[in-house]
Design a protein around this ligand. Sequence first.
Ligand SMILES: Nc1ncnc2c1ncn2[C@@H]1O[C@H](COP(=O)(O)OP(=O)(O)OP(=O)(O)O)[C@@H](O)[C@H]1O
Ligand SMILES: [Mg+2]
Length: 320
Amino acid sequence: MVEVTSHTPTRGEHSASNSANRLARMTAKRRDTVELEGLTVPRNGPTGRPVTSFPVPEPLKGHGPARIIALCNQKGGVGKTTTTISLGAALADYGRRVLAIDFDPQGALSAGLGVPTHDVPNIYDLLLGTVKDPNEAIQTTSTPGFDIIPANIDLSAAEVHLVNEVAREQILAGVLRKVSNDYDIILIDCQPSLGLLTVNALTASHGVLIPLECEFFALRGVALLVETIDKVTDRLNPSLKLDGILATMYDSRTLHSREVLERVVETFGDRVFETVIGRTVKFPDASVAAAPITQFAPEHPSAEAYRQLARELISRGAVA
Ligand SMILES: Nc1ncnc2c1ncn2[C@@H]1O[C@H](COP(=O)(O)OP(=O)(O)OP(=O)(O)O)[C@@H](O)[C@H]1O
Ligand SMILES: [Mg+2]
C-alpha cells in the first residue's frame, strides 16, 4: 500500500474526481444473485465462481511508491499490450498515477497509445545509460495520469548489448527506481519471449500478471513461464509474486472457449482473475484509433471489463 501524505492535487486527480460520478454510472449494474427453486443464490461468473462486486475505489490522498507489475507471456498475441493499455487507462481513470513501460521492440504499446517512438529518448537509451534521467523519456498520453516510456526497434539490440554488463538482470530495476515515487503503478508490457529483457522486467517487478488467450493451446508454455518466474524468485527477486492470470479473448458462445477457461481455472484456481475479457473487434478498432478502449468505447462491456479488472486488482491489494 502507498504511503499517504498531504500534497497539492494533480491534474490527474482533478480529472479523476470530475469523472468519479461518470465512472460510477458506467459501472454496470449486475445482478449478483439469481433465484433458483425459490432460493436466492449467488450468480456464477465465467470462471464458475460466484460473482463478486468489486467496489469503486476511494481516491488516493498521495502518490507512490509504485507497485510494479510485469505483463508477461512468451506466447504472442494473447493480449499483453491491450491489457497494459486498457488496465493502465482504467486505473488512471480511478485517480491512480500510472506509468507504462514499452518493453517490446515492436513498439505496439507506444503505437497503441499514439506516442512518437523515433527521435525521442526511449527505454533503450535508459537501459544503455545514454539517457540517465527517466523523466526525459516519459511522455503523457491522452488519458490524464497515464504516462508511458516508449520503445522502438532499437530495443531489439538490447539483449546483445546488455549481456556483458555487470548485474545485467537488474538494469531496468535501477531505471524504474528513479521514478517509482511519482507513480502508484508501473506496468511493464513484455515482449513475447523469456529472454534477458523479460528477466529484467521480472526482476524489476513486485508482481506478474499473465494474460492467457482462451484458445486450445493457451496452457502450452505456461509451465515454462511459471518455471522462469520461480527461477527469478529464487535467484534475483524473492518478493516477486504471481498477481494473477487473466483470461482474454473469451467467447461465451463457444463451447471451446468455455472448456478452455474451465481447464485454466482447474489448473490455477483462485489465481485466475474473476474478471474475464471477452473477444471483440472493438480492441483492434481502438488500436487503429490509438486510444484505450475506455476512451474509444467507454460504454462497451469490454471497457467495463477492464474497469472491473482495475477494481479487482485494487480489492485484492495488488495495487493501491
Ligand atoms: N479481447 C480481445 N478481443 C479481440 N481482439 C483482441 C482482444 N485483445 C487483444 N486483441 C487483439 O489481438 C491482437 C493481439 O493483442 P495484443 O497485441 O494485446 O497481444 P500481445 O500479447 O501484446 O501480442 P505480442 O505478443 O505480439 O506482443 C491485437 O490485434 C489486439 O487488438
Ligand atoms: Mg504486445
